[in-house]
Ligand binder design. Sequence first.
Ligand code: UD1
Length: 417
Amino acid sequence: MSKLIINGKNKLYGKVDVKSAKNAILPLIASCVLLDFEVGFLNCNEIGDVSVMLDIIKSLGGKYRYEGDTLFVDCSSVYIPELPCELSKKIRASVFLLGPLLARFRKVSAVTPGGCNFGERPIGMHLDGLKMLGAEVSGSEHLYLRAEKLTGAKIELPFPSVGVTENLIMASCLAEGETVIINSAKEPEIACLCSFLNRLGAKIYGAGTSRITVHGVKKLTNKISYFKPITDRIEVGTYMLATLNTGGEVEISGANFLHNTSLIKKIYNNTCKISLESDKIYLKCCGVGNGLGFIKTAPYPSFPTDLQSPLLAYACSLNGKTVIEEGVFKNRFAIANELKKMNANIYIDGNRAVINGTNRLHGAVLNASDLRSGAGLIISALGAEGVSEISGLEVIERGYFEIDKKLKQLGADITKG
Ligand code: UD1
C-alpha cells in the first residue's frame, strides 16, 4: 500500500489547476452506452475511479483512448449487457450503467456496486425508479433487469439522490413518452449530464431544479465530437481548505465559484481574503480563523457531504467550536478517529461531530479509509507540526489527480512513500 509522507507547517503559495469533475465524468461515460459513435471529453485526468469505469466499458465491448487530456469514449461496439463483477465492486458509479444498458439492450445483469466505505449505500431507489419505467428486477446480490420496453412515468424520489436522478434521466431519454422525476437532485453534475445529452438530441427539461421532465426520443443522433464537462468543485474546495489550513495564498484556476457558494459563505470574512473570477478563485489566509458554528451537509445547493471530511479537518485547528451535522451519509465520520491521533478534539454524537479547535495538532501515522477522509487527513497533516504518514494513497487517487505533485508545487513538504 502506498502512502504520503507530509512534514507540516509549510504555507501553500502559488497556482493550482483543477480539471473535469470526477462526479461529472463518471455518469457522462456511462451515458455513452446510449450512443453508437465516439465522443471526446475535454480537460480530463486519469483518476482512479475513471480508470475503473473505463475498464468496465471495455469489458462491455466498448473502447476508449486518451489524446492528451481529451478522453475519447466509443460505445458503438458495446454488446455485452452484463456488468463485470470484480470491477463493479470497485466503484459505486458502476450502478450508473444500469439505466443506459437497460435502455440500449432491454436487459442487464449486474452485481451490487462497491465504492467508498462510509456505511450502507443501498441501490433500492435506483431499482424502484427503473421498475417504474417498466423494468422487471430479480435477484439480490446478482441482479437481473429486463424490460420489453421502457415507458415514461411520473417518479417521485424519497430523497434527491444524485445517482438515481442521473440513472433515470439516462434510461428515460430513450423511453416511450414523458418521464417526470419529482424531487430530483439539483447538483451541477446533473445539469452537466443533461446538457451533454440534450446536445446529442435528448429532450430533457428542468435540469438543476427539483422537477426534471424527459421526453423520450428513439435515438440520440446528433453527433458531437467534443464536450467539456464542468470542473471538480470538491477538488477546488479541498485546495481552498488546504490553503486556509496552512495560512497560505493560492489561486485555483478552473474553479467555478458558483458551484462552491456554500463553502465560500462559510469561510468568507473568517480571517481570509477571497476574490472570485469567472474561472478562478484567489484565496489569501490572514491568520487563524474562528470556529465555523453549525454546518449541515445536505443535497446541493447546501454544503456538500463530499467536503464534510475536509471541512472537519480544517475546523480542528480553528479558534473555537464547529458543529457539523451529516445529512446525507449518516456515518461518514471515519476521519474523526484518525484526527484524534493528531490531538484533535472531536466528539461524535450520532450524525453530529462537535469540534473544538486547537493549535496543537501534531503529525501521526494515519490511514485514509475513504477518498474524502483521505483528503481531510492531507489538509490536517499540511497544517500540523511534524511528520505525518498517510497510508491508503490509492484510495485518495480515486478522485484526486497527482495530489502530491500539485501540493509540492505549492510548496508543501510532501513525498510518496
Ligand atoms: C453521489 C456522488 C458522491 C456524493 C453523493 C452525495 C457520484 C459518482 N458520487 O453518490 O460523491 O457523496 O452523490 O452527494 O456522483 N440512497 C438510498 N438508496 C438508493 C440510492 C441512494 O437510500 O438507491 C441514499 C444514500 O444512501 C444516501 C443518499 O441516498 O444516504 C444520497 O446518495 P446519492 O445521492 O445516491 O449518492 P450517489 O449518487 O451514490
